[in-house]
Design a protein around this ligand. Structure first.
Ligand SMILES: O=C(O)[C@H]1O[C@H](OP(=O)(O)OP(=O)(O)OC[C@H]2O[C@@H](n3ccc(=O)[nH]c3=O)[C@H](O)[C@@H]2O)[C@H](O)[C@@H](O)[C@@H]1O
Length: 431
């Protein structure tokens, strides 16, 4: 008895007589009796495998979908309740980066005065996510719901605008940090470029279109040496990829203003500091190291000139943000189409009194009652600029912006918060 495998498959259909031992064999022989059918079967098996794989991936993504942290009736209820306006003429604001430093403070201030607030944050691990979670808990206790999601998730953004008719978007989500851009450049493109475009796409299609206020950065002044920095100064010489993505954001938002009639206000923040701040920033990491008895690195510019920053206290920044929201003017588009010109504004939000980094260290030493172990190092070529100094005339005139907290006072508040949050245990680590 011959089996199916005793001789090679026929190369010419119908010319080789194959012994058939049973119906199954007969069936197989008939089916494989030509190269055409062979080809057909090969295709069939490939298609079968492909559909199996795509079913698998559907199943996996289906599972992921089920595990998504957003969606559902309960979730929508939370959105609606959080976005409820409790004062006449109040705003309904989507705050991106709500569990970030500035986002938390702005969200609380809006809620306090009776505006509706919904937060969005992806809780990435650029710095200790537990600090972000703690900020989220703080927001929750004030009735602010923070959605766990990424700006690049277009479906999520569409859903948010579907459920809530936001009047404003306070866009603070970003990959921050000047020097980290050399370590992880794609993260800046992901959040500050792709994420921004994704958000603008959602805003332009939303009905009604919200007005957008967003965080640019003092770093856009880059190598500009004219002081103080005014909004009309050159911003075409960024010194870091971070700065370049913020500058790109200013151009991208301009496009959406021009084409779709979105009302845009870009705020150039100057080294914002304060309670609930960012652990990656110098004042924060210096505090941690001083308390732990570890050395700190103090950068110096050319010819050993001290670096200086126009450090701006968080409460002043919050006032600038709220002033911007209140004066933003409306977006004009509907159905993704522009119906008329909409405002496009850019403001410096600084303190107007730069302080050197060694002076900052001296203030921290006094508040902490401890001496810092300072290592002076030449500023590495990693995107830093030697100084920043804001001209805030425009913000003063248009927003009523008037910073009132000097570095001495602001750092005192920061240190008090730091010690209450992390405790006096100097060994406690902070990422
Ligand atoms: O104003 C801005 O646009 C930017 O302000 C800060 O950037 P930066 O001013 O570099 O703030 P820090 O990282 O806190 O640095 C402050 C100063 O301390 C210096 N520094 C930093 C770290 C360090 O270990 N040693 C040190 O001397 C820096 O060179 C800089 O002069 C924020 O980190 C950016 O996200 C923001 O966009």
């Amino acid at each position: 008895m011959r089996s199916l495998y005793d001789e090679p498959f026929p190369s010419t259909p119908g010319k080789v007589k194959i012994e058939r031992t049973n119906t199954i064999n007969r069936h197989f022989h008939r089916c494989f009796a030509s190269t055409t059918t062979l080809f057909f079967w090969a295709l069939f098996f490939i298609a079968l495998t492909a559909s199996y794989l795509s079913f698998q991936s559907f199943f996996v993504s289906g599972t992921r979908y089920l595990k998504l942290s957003w969606g559902g009736i309960q979730w929508e209820k939370q959105l609606r309740s959080s976005s409820q306006i409790r004062r006449s003429g109040g705003l309904s604001v989507l705050v991106t980066g709500a569990s970030g430093f500035v986002g938390t403070h702005v969200s609380l201030a809006l809620k306090k005065r009776g505006d509706g607030v919904v937060g969005l944050d992806n809780f990435n691990n650029y710095y200790d996510p537990s600090l972000k979670k703690a900020r989220k808990s703080l927001l929750n206790t004030h009735g602010i719901f923070v959605v766990d999601g990424d700006l690049n998730d277009a479906r999520l953004l569409a859903k948010l605008f579907d459920v809530v008719a936001f009047t404003h978007v306070m866009h603070l989500a970003a990959q921050a940090g000047v020097r980290y851009a050399m370590e992880n450049p794609s993260s800046y493109v992901h959040s500050n470029i792709a994420g921004l475009v994704s958000l603008l796409e959602a805003c332009k299609s939303a009905n009604p279109q919200p007005a957008i206020v967003w965080a640019s950065s003092s770093s856009v002044y880059g190598l500009n040496v004219k002081v103080p920095f005014s909004e009309s100064d050159r911003t075409d010489q960024p010194a870091s990829l971070y700065a370049a993505t913020k500058k790109a954001g200013e151009e991208i938002t301009h496009t959406y203003n021009h084409i779709y009639g979105l009302s845009i206000t870009g705020l150039r923040f100057f080294t914002v500091y304060g309670p609930w701040g960012r652990p990656d920033m110098a004042y924060f990491s210096f505090t941690r190291n001083i308390l732990q008895g570890k050395p700190i690195t103090v950068y110096r510019g050319k010819n050993r000139v001290d670096l200086a920053r126009d450090f701006t206290y968080i409460d002043d920044i919050v006032k600038g943000c709220l002033g911007s929201l209140d004066t933003s003017g409306k977006s004009t588009g509907t159905g993704g189409k522009k119906r008329g010109p909409a405002p496009y504004r850019i403001f410096n939000l600084g303190n107007t009194s730069p302080v050197t980094v060694p002076t900052l260290v001296g203030i921290l030493e006094r508040h902490l009652k401890m001496k810092a172990k300072k290592n002076f190092v030449d500023m590495p070529g990693n995107g830093d600029v030697p100084f920043t100094h804001a001209n805030i005339s425009l913000a003063r005139r248009e927003l009523g912006y008037k910073p009132t907290t000097d570095l001495q006072t602001g750092l005192k508040k920061f240190v008090r918060w730091y010690l209450s949050y992390y405790g006096y245990n100097q060994r406690k680590s902070v990422n």
